[in-house]
Design a protein around this ligand. Structure first.
Ligand SMILES: [Zn+2]
Length: 115
């Protein structure tokens, strides 16, 4: 599972950001997970409690996720389509020749805290 190692990195980044800004407690963190990143949100949910264990800043912290659609532009007919739903094939002309426009990212989007 690649999810656990990237989740560790995101949690460490959030922890460091909190520390640098004098934030004692995070109420939530938001991850942006692209459909084409290869990461499955279900694993992030599963591993989050394990990864935040023994990190007091995350006590009761909620994990939020934004799923970003995998969009592509067909290079043959210029149609815009969803890669996952169409299995990578343009629904208009049947071409596989495309430019991926989004959905490959994995980022720590936001951290939330209360004063
Ligand atoms: Zn097309």
């Amino acid at each position: 599972m690649h999810e656990i190692s990237v989740l560790y990195k995101a949690v460490e980044l959030a922890e460091q950001t909190a520390k640098d800004n004098g934030i004692e407690h995070l109420s939530y963190i938001t991850l942006e997970v692209g459909e084409l990143s290869g990461y499955l949100p279900i694993f992030f949910e599963k591993y989050f409690p394990v990864v935040i264990e023994n990190r007091p800043v995350f006590e009761g912290c909620e994990l939020k996720m934004i799923r970003v659609r995998g969009e592509a532009l067909c290079r043959d007919c210029n149609a815009l389509y969803n890669v996952m739903q169409n299995e990578g094939v343009c629904p208009k002309c049947g071409s596989r020749y495309k430019k991926i426009l989004g959905g490959q990212q994995f980022t720590l989007k936001e951290i939330g805290f209360e004063e």
